[in-house]
Design a protein around this ligand. Structure first.
Ligand code: NAD
Ligand code: UFG
Length: 349
């Protein structure tokens, strides 16, 4: 029997890529998403890409905080595990509207954990973030590095991690894997699914992508006076397909009887500056990205990259792709879907 996985936020960027790999890996996936920051078209395309496995996907347009709706889904299906992506993630918006973030991310997660416990499903993989490393004193960031938060979004990740640790301490039947993602970029190599942010993108590569297709005139580089090779901020960019693969590895790890509440970095271990990333994208796309140098963005760290040792040793997972493949696949998606999922003719809906 195929293992049944509930995927919250499965219509979103990382979720849709992970759902595809679940289906291809022989799992059955039930997606719960309120489509607040995503499109049902993404799931139609996942179904098509999954070909004969596509029938193992079902979707409920439900908000996680809607307890009766969630209860109904859990009473209809016995899940082997939950992968919990659903959450709001825009740092700037979280500063403007902290209660929205605390309500959505914390109440959503607590409701999910309560319903899981009630239905005897105590296996969880949660999307945490490298944001919990704040401005790291030392790099690479290891899972033992001090954690802190610089904004309400980051605090929701920190609090949810602590909630998960407390839940495990209270009941050792729980098995929880907290995955701290570094900077996901790129798209499925088919160019059929990818990142489609609503409004003005906050993150570097979605912004670069919109400049490349002519939707924005230039990229603003936030600071060129950092103590880095070219003065711009350094991050650990990871191909979204590698990241999705990390979730399959985490699910396998949940079968290990020895695990409790564990944390793993998902990154490549390599640092890349803003200017290096832009240059690599220009090469992959043949497009010039006009730059405007501006001051530092408040709350930005100088250099953040992962130690990958624990994930390699314990999850038996390692990122395969580099920034060239990330930029190539990002451009493939962007050029086929310049307006994201609203673009035609690739749109199936
Ligand atoms: P995304 O916005 O594309 O996906 C999140 C999905 O959750 C969306 O489809 C949204 O509609 C849904 N959602 C939000 N609140 C919900 C609710 N209350 N009920 C039901 N559905 C809800 O974002 P993503 O980039 O795919 O990120 C997935 C997860 O990974 C998030 O938790 C995010 O914080 C975390 N993360 C993302 C990054 C990144 O840079 N993309 C980095 C680190 C961590
Ligand atoms: N940057 C620019 N111009 C832009 C956007 C970004 O110069 O328009 C720079 C930033 O200053 C930073 C780098 O590009 O040096 C990367 O910025 P992102 O916003 O893409 O990524 P961050 O590392 O700042 O943060 C993102 C998410 C966090 C998450 C973190 C790690 O916003 O929530 O990745 O996963 F925690």
């Amino acid at each position: 029997m195929a293992k049944k996985i509930l995927v919250t936020g499965g219509a979103g960027y990382i979720g849709s890529h992970t759902v595809l790999q679940l289906l291809e890996g022989g799992y059955s996936a039930v997606v719960v998403d309120n489509l607040d920051n995503s499109s049902a078209v993404a799931l139609h395309r996942v179904k098509e890409l999954a070909a004969e496995h596509g029938d193992n996907l079902s979707f409920h347009q439900v908000d996680l905080r809607d307890r009766p709706a969630l209860e109904k889904i859990f009473s209809e299906t016995k899940f082997d595990a939950v992968i919990h992506f659903a959450g709001l993630k825009a740092v700037g918006e979280s500063v403007q509207r902290p209660l929205l973030y605390y309500n959505n991310n914390l109440v959503g997660t607590i409701t999910l954990l309560e319903v899981m416990a009630k239905h005897g499903c105590k296996n969880l993989v949660f999307s945490s973030s490298a944001t919990v490393y704040g401005w790291p004193k030392e790099v690479p960031c290891t899972e033992e590095s001090p954690i802190s938060a610089l904004n309400p979004y980051g605090r929701t990740k920190l609090y949810i991690e602590e909630i998960c640790r407390d839940v495990y301490r209270s009941d050792s039947e729980w098995k929880i894997i907290l995955l701290r993602y570094f900077n996901p970029v790129g798209a499925h190599p088919s160019g059929y699914i990818g990142e489609d942010p609503r409004g003005i993108p906050n993150n570097l590569m979605p912004f670069v992508q919109q400049v490349a297709v002519g939707r924005r005139p230039h990229l603003t580089v936030f600071g060129n006076d950092y103590n880095t090779k070219d003065g711009t901020g350094v991050r650990d960019y990871i191909h979204v397909v590698d990241l999705a693969d990390g979730h399959i590895a985490a699910l396998r790890k949940l079968d290990d009887p020895k695990i409790g509440c564990e944390v793993y970095n998902l990154g490549t271990g390599k640092g890349t500056s803003v200017l290096e990333m832009v240059a690599t994208f220009e090469k992959a796309s043949g497009k010039k990205i006009p730059l405007v140098i501006a001051g530092r963005r408040p709350g930005d760290a100088e250099v953040v990259y992962a130690s990958t040792a624990r994930a390699e040793a314990e999850l038996n997972w390692k990122a395969k792709y580099g920034i060239e493949e990330m930029c190539r696949d990002l451009w493939n998606w962007a050029s086929k879907n310049p307006l994201g999922y609203d673009s035609s003719p690739a749109s199936t809906n």
